[in-house]
Every structure is written in structure tokens, then in C-alpha cells.
Design a protein around this ligand. Structure first.
Ligand code: ARG
Length: 588
């Protein structure tokens, strides 16, 4: 087993056994260990335990302390402070030795353990809509979802990815009917183009069709009939639909590639993929009484969901004309994910503005027995991307911003930054790094605030070299690589016998906490916790570098040990950034 117990877990175990030896009823209790400014760690759990046992907390703490083994192996010193806290100092040797064990992990996982009994999570993310241009809203689902996939997989979870693209419903009847009536609107243009350009043609077609649909009642009726043809599998209609889907997918792939993100065709199961389940889903809901007919529509009602007029707002599973909508598809997808994919957890990375939809869908699935204590669903809801003015992000003309334009601009800005700082990079390298820095900047800005909050899309800030940006982290990584190159023949090597400077201890303790941070970020679906950890890692590295000469350290052992600290910091940065979907170039 390459897995390494973290220092904090080891200390935790020591404290827990000293505690249960002192107070048998406290067996299994959490000593509540935290990193602290006073010492390396502080344990605050004794207060509550003493209160429960009606004991004096300071006395209890003193007794526990007398049972804690101290020395060079792990805990150098432990003392009682305040009303009954424990302040714990870790031995320098233990810090270096633990990091050395992580460094020796040849799986590249830095000793981070995997779950003993992993579950299966189906994650629904990166779900653009067919025949529509991707906009900045689609960025968040893709970026957050991709990072959560990486995090969960790293902890050993079984992850099934689902890209629930919008490829079904009324709008396709409209599009197909429009194209049938205006056959030349796409053909001659589309003949020579693919990808982005074809997509903006499709997008234009979509807008024209929409306009007609909204203004011409007869066209609306013909379009509605076309949806019925589509859902019934009419060959000509299906063939036209397939064309839209294929064209759009080529475009999606080009955007995801620009985002440096792997999206696999097999994981794209759009709304249309559940078409065959819709009738059955409705039948099951109606027969079990979960859904009832109301004015011809099949509805699910909720006591706590009412409109502004006080009337209940139902979830409509089937419309009165027999058509199925978004809810029927999502309910069918739940059945598929629970019963066919055998998921324990369903995760949806979707805009917070769809919270009510998911609340109703999940509650319906619970009533139907598809979700329960063993199979749970959760919407990882994200906030809105805002412009610099704090309003939802729009172009100066008030239109939604195309995602591709935004990414291109980020890459341009980043390339300028790279070019300015570049010392020995070729034009080709500048272009490659520019893309890695620009895309990294966009992803990091998104991932470094907690998902549920809105954030401002500010490219100047995002590509800044100072502050909490990916560029700062990428430069920290590249700087370490340059030191390692300069070291030449001298290789990093751990020397646990050496005393550590304060900046070395702080850096070392933080590096050791990587495993806990990843576990927490994965369990809470919170990439921002990992981002905050990495930023602090880079900051601690900077102070270490300022205070502790590496190649000019006093003894050869100290040079090696500091190179070792540099290298394990770099590996941690690299792994952590990879979990955020961000590259760490070797040279910048
Ligand atoms: N395509 C939808 C949109 O662009 C998001 C789909 C979310 N996933 C789901 N299972 N409903 O808003």
C-alpha cells in the first residue's frame, strides 16, 4: 500500500487513545484537531467531553497530556492551554519523514488513499443545447463538473458522466419545419463549413425559426405537428434532426477541446436518449398516485410550492396535448441512472435558477421510491457569471456573450502576459503556454469561488500575476522547475535528521494536508476548497523561498532537503491543479 497516514490523522489517533485511556466513556470521541497559529495543531474537543462527563476540563486535559507519548517520532510537545485546549507541536523529523513517505509513493498519488468502499456517482454536467451557441452559462457547468469528476475519481469513486444535452422537444419541431419550408437557408452556406461557423449558421436559423414560431400561428401549428412526427420516429424528420445533432456535436467538441477538457461521445446522452422511457415513467407515476390528472395534464403537487397568487404550482410531467417536457425526461433519466447504471449518488451541476425544477423532480422521485436513503440526488447549483458592472454578463450590445469569443480573448490576454515575461520561449511555445495560462485563468476564476456564488468575469484580474489566480500558481510551479533544473547533478533528498526553519515547517505541514483537503473537497463537491489550499501552498512556498536559500543552503544535506521540499511542493501543485483541470507548464 502506497497510502500514507497524514500527520494530523496520526496525531488524532494518539490523542483519541490517550483520551479513552483517561476517560473510558470518551472512546471513539473526536478530539477536534485543527491547524493552529499558536502551535502546529490545537485540539478543542476535551471541553465538550469534560462537560458531558461533569469533569473539570483542565484537569481532564492535564491527564490526557500525561498519557501522550512525546519525542522525535511524532509529537514533540503537547501542553494544556486556556480552559482545556491542547497545543501540539510536531517533531521536525516526523514532518520530513512523512513527506518522504509521500514522495516515495510511486503511483504519483503522494500517498493519498482511495476509498475502501467506493460508490457510484452519476454526474450530469456540461449539457449545452443542440442548434444553439454555447454561452458563458455553459462554462460553469463544464468547468465545475469536470473538476468534481477529477476529484471523485481521485478518491476512488466510480464515476459515470452524463452530458444531458438539450436535443429534444418543441424547438426541434420548429427548426425542422422551418428548414423544410426554407430549404436554402442552411444548405449553400453549410456545404463548405463545419464547427464554429456552421454553428453560428445554425444559431441564426434557430433565431429565424423562433421569430416565425412566435409570430405566425399557422407555422406554430405545423411546427407542433412536426414534434409529434419526431417523437413518433418519422424517418425524414429524424434524419433532419440527426443532422442538427451531428453538426452541433462537432461544434461542442471544438469548444470543449479549447477548454482543454475531455468529453467522450458515449457519455453524451441527451434528452432524446430517454424518449422510449417517457410513457412508462408517466404510467408508473400515475398508477402509484404520485401524479394526478389536472385539466388534462399529468401533474405532481407539493404542499410547500405555491405561485405568487397562492395557488399550488405543480410539476407537469405530461402536458394536456400529450407532449412530454423537461420534467418527464429528467424523471426518466433518474430511473435509468438508478436502475440501469446502479448509482448511489446522482449529482447535477446545473444553474441555481433551475433549483425549483430539481427540487420538484427529486421529491417526485422520492415519492415514487426511485430515490431513498441509499440513493440520493443533489443539485450542485452554481451562480451567475456577472460582467464587471455586476450585472449578468452581456456584450455591449446587450447580447449574451459567445463562449468561444470569451475563451479566445482570455487566450490572447494570457499570451501577452506570457510573451512579456518569456525569457527563452519560442513563438510556438508562447502560443501553447498562452492557451494553457488563458484557459487556466478562466477555470481557476470559476473554481476558486464557491459554486453557489455569482462571480465577476474580469479578464484583467484573471490573468494578473499577483493575487489568487492560476497564473500565480503556474508561475510558482515553473519557478520550482527552474530551480530543480539549475540544481543539475544535485538531486532532491529528504534528511529527516535536519532541524527545520519555521518557513520549512509551515510549508511541510501544509503539503502534508493535501490528502485531507482533497478528501474534503471531494466529499463536499467543493473544488474551491482545493483552490484555496493550492493558493496557500504557493504563498507558503514563496515565503519559504524568500527566507531559506535553496541552492546556497549551508550544508549539502540542507541543499538536498530543500530541493526535496521544492519538488514535493511542485508535485502537489501539479496534482492539485490537474484536479481542477488546469495545466502546469514546466517553463513559463
Ligand atoms: N441543457 C440544459 C440547459 O442548458 C441543462 C440540462 C441540465 N441537466 C438536466 N438533467 N436537466 O439549461
Amino acid at each position: 500500500m502506497a497510502s500514507v497516514t497524514s500527520l494530523s490523522d496520526s496525531v488524532q489517533q494518539h490523542l483519541a487513545s490517550a483520551l479513552s485511556a483517561t476517560l473510558p466513556e470518551a472512546a471513539g470521541a473526536d478530539p477536534l484537531l485543527r491547524r493552529s497559529d499558536r502551535a502546529d495543531f490545537q485540539a478543542n474537543g476535551i471541553l465538550a467531553l469534560a462537560k458531558k462527563a461533569k469533569a473539570n476540563p483542565r484537569e481532564l486535559a492535564t491527564q490526557v497530556v500525561s498519557r501522550v507519548e512525546t519525542g522525535d517520532e511524532l509529537i514533540k510537545d503537547v501542553e494544556v492551554s486556556g480552559p482545556g485546549f491542547l497545543n501540539i507541536t510536531i517533531a521536525d523529523r516526523a514532518i520530513t519523514a512523512n513527506l518522504a513517505a509521500r514522495y516515495a509513493d510511486d503511483t504519483g498519488r503522494l500517498g493519498v488513499p482511495t476509498a475502501a468502499q467506493p460508490g457510484t456517482t452519476v454526474i450530469d454536467y456540461a449539457q449545452p443545447n443542440v442548434a444553439k451557441e454555447m454561452h458563458v452559462g455553459h462554462l460553469r457547468s463544464a468547468v465545475i463538473g469536470d473538476s468534481v469528476v477529477q476529484l471523485l475519481e481521485f478518491t476512488g469513486e466510480n464515476v459515470v458522466r452524463r452530458h444531458h444535452i438539450g436535443d429534444w422537444g418543441t424547438q426541434f419541431g420548429m427548426l425542422i419545419q422551418y428548414l423544410d419550408e426554407h430549404p436554402h437557408e442552411l444548405d449553400h452556406k453549410e456545404a463548405q463549413v463545419t464547427g464554429e461557423e456552421a454553428m453560428s449558421n445554425l444559431d441564426r436559423l434557430y433565431k429565424a425559426a423562433r421569430k416565425l414560431f412566435d409570430s405566425d400561428e399557422e407555422f406554430k401549428t405545423r411546427a407542433r405537428r412536426r414534434v409529434v412526427d419526431l417523437q413518433a420516429g418519422d424517418a425524414h424528420t429524424l434524419a433532419m434532426w440527426q443532422k442538427f445533432v451531428d453538426e452541433s456535436k462537432i461544434y461542442f467538441f471544438s469548444v470543449f477541446e479549447k477548454l482543454d477538457m475531455e468529453i467522450r461521445d458515449a457519455d453524451i446522452v441527451g434528452e432524446s436518449g430517454y424518449n422510449d422511457m417517457l410513457a412508462e415513467t408517466c404510467r408508473l407515476l400515475e398508477e402509484s398516485g404520485v401524479a394526478v390528472r389536472s385539466e388534462g395534464a399529468l401533474c405532481v403537487f407539493f404542499d410547500d410550492i405555491k405561485g405568487p397568487d397562492g395557488n399550488p404550482v405543480p410539476l407537469i410531467v405530461q402536458k394536456s396535448d400529450g407532449g412530454y417536457g423537461y420534467a418527464a425526461t429528467d424523471l426518466s433519466a433518474i430511473r435509468d441512472r438508478v436502475f440501469n447504471l446502479k448509482a448511489n449518488t446522482l449529482l447535477y451541476v446545473v444553474d441555481a435558477r433551475q433549483a425549483l425544477h430539481f427540487k420538484m423532480v427529486f421529491e417526485t422521485a422520492r415519492r415514487a421510491g426511485w430515490l431513498n436513503e441509499d440513493v440520493t440526488a443533489f443539485q450542485l447549483a452554481f451562480g451567475t457569471v456577472l460582467g464587471k458592472d455586476g450585472k449578468p454578463f452581456k456584450t455591449r450590445e446587450g447580447e449574451t456573450v459567445r463562449l468561444v469569443d470569451l475563451l479566445d480573448e482570455a487566450i490572447d490576454r494570457a499570451s501577452a502576459v506570457v510573451r512579456e515575461k518569456a525569457q527563452d520561449l519560442s513563438e510556438e511555445e508562447i502560443a501553447e503556454r498562452g492557451a494553457q495560462v488563458g484557459i487556466g485563468a478562466v477555470k481557476y476564476a470559476d473554481l476558486s469561488t464557491s459554486a453557489n456564488r455569482d462571480y465577476k468575469f474580469d479578464l484583467d484580474q484573471m490573468v494578473s500575476l499577483n493575487g489568487d489566480t492560476s497564473v500565480y500558481l503556474q508561475y510558482a510551479y515553473a519557478r520550482i522547475q527552474s530551480i530543480l533544473r539549475k540544481a543539475g547533478e544535485t538531486r532532491p533528498a529528504a534528511h529527516p535528521e535536519l532541524a527545520l526553519a519555521a518557513a520549512e515547517r509551515a510549508l511541510g505541514l501544509h503539503v502534508d494536508a493535501f490528502a485531507e483537503t482533497v478528501a474534503e473537497a471531494a466529499a463536499e463537491y467543493a473544488p474551491h476548497k482545493l483552490a484555496a489550499y493550492l493558493y496557500q501552498l504557493a504563498s507558503l512556498y514563496t515565503s519559504f523561498y524568500d527566507k531559506c536559500p535553496v541552492l546556497k543552503a549551508e550544508t549539502p544535506q540542507q541543499v538536498e532537503n530543500r530541493l526535496f521540499l521544492c519538488d514535493i511542493t511542485a508535485r502537489t501543485l501539479h496534482q492539485g491543479m490537474a484536479l481542477l483541470g488546469i495545466r502546469t507548464p514546466e517553463k513559463l
